[in-house]
Ligand binder design. Structure first.
Ligand code: E4P
Length: 220
């Protein structure tokens, strides 16, 4: 499973990119608004940091408006992926954009049937929201498994992005369930790095090394 970073914070994107663990970025209107940035400008800046798929979401609710916005966003950089909501209008726009070879990410997917429809409309990616399902007492991981099974059975090439990832368990379960990608906040990447035994192991090595150095110095 590949990892994307889920943020519009360019500092976090640059730090995650430096680690070499991410190969794409997802944003949404809430994430851009949180940073208080101008939409097109931040998307342009992200393209200079990460050389991989960068999802930028349209704001229109009708297909013609979605397509118009998508064409402008897609002209920013060849890595731009147009994020569209899982609605009838979103599907229409997905079909039009896919016929123009513009990559799409159908978002706000909460059922396997929605994922199937998005794939059939030509979506490059579908984004099932694991965390938001967990929030209302449904197992988001079951959704990932169902979509992965359906796509595998029917040889569907649309990639599954596990989204709304809130913790390392979501990442682990998404990988086991067959997601192609998990898009994760930088805070979750840092949580994935940390393990108390790794920290304790480094402290032990350092202490032992300091002890040896002291013995050698005393022998001089
Ligand atoms: C990613 O594509 C989604 O927009 C994002 O993961 C949503 O996450 P949230 O449910 O934490 O807002």
């Amino acid at each position: 499973m590949k990892l994307f970073i889920d943020t519009a914070n360019t500092k976090d994107i640059a730090m995650a990119n430096e680690l070499g663990v991410i190969c794409g970025v997802t944003t949404n209107p809430s994430l851009i608004a949180k940073e208080g940035l101008v939409f097109e400008e931040v998307i342009k800046e992200i393209t200079t940091i990460v050389d991989g798929p960068i999802s930028a979401e349209v704001l229109s609710l009708e297909a013609p408006g979605m397509v118009e916005e998508a064409l402008k966003l897609a002209s920013i950089h060849p890595n731009i992926v147009i994020k569209l909501p899982m609605t009838l209008e979103g599907l229409k726009a997905t079909k039009i954009l896919s016929s123009k070879n513009i990559k799409t990410n159908v978002t706000l997917v909460f059922s396997a049937n929605q994922a199937l429809l998005a794939a059939r409309a030509g979506a490059t990616y579908v984004s099932p929201f694991v965390g938001r399902l967990d929030d209302i007492g449904f197992d988001g991981n079951v959704l990932i498994k169902d979509i992965a099974e359906i796509f595998e059975t029917h040889k569907i090439t649309t990639e599954i992005i596990a989204a709304s990832v809130r913790n390392p368990i979501h990442v682990l379960e998404s990988a086991k369930a067959g997601a192609h990608i998990a898009t994760v906040p930088y805070s979750v990447i840092k949580q994935m790095v940390n393990h108390p035994l790794t920290t304790a192991g480094i402290e032990r090595f350092m202490a032992d090394w300091a002890g040896l150095t002291e013995v050698l110095n005393n022998e001089k």
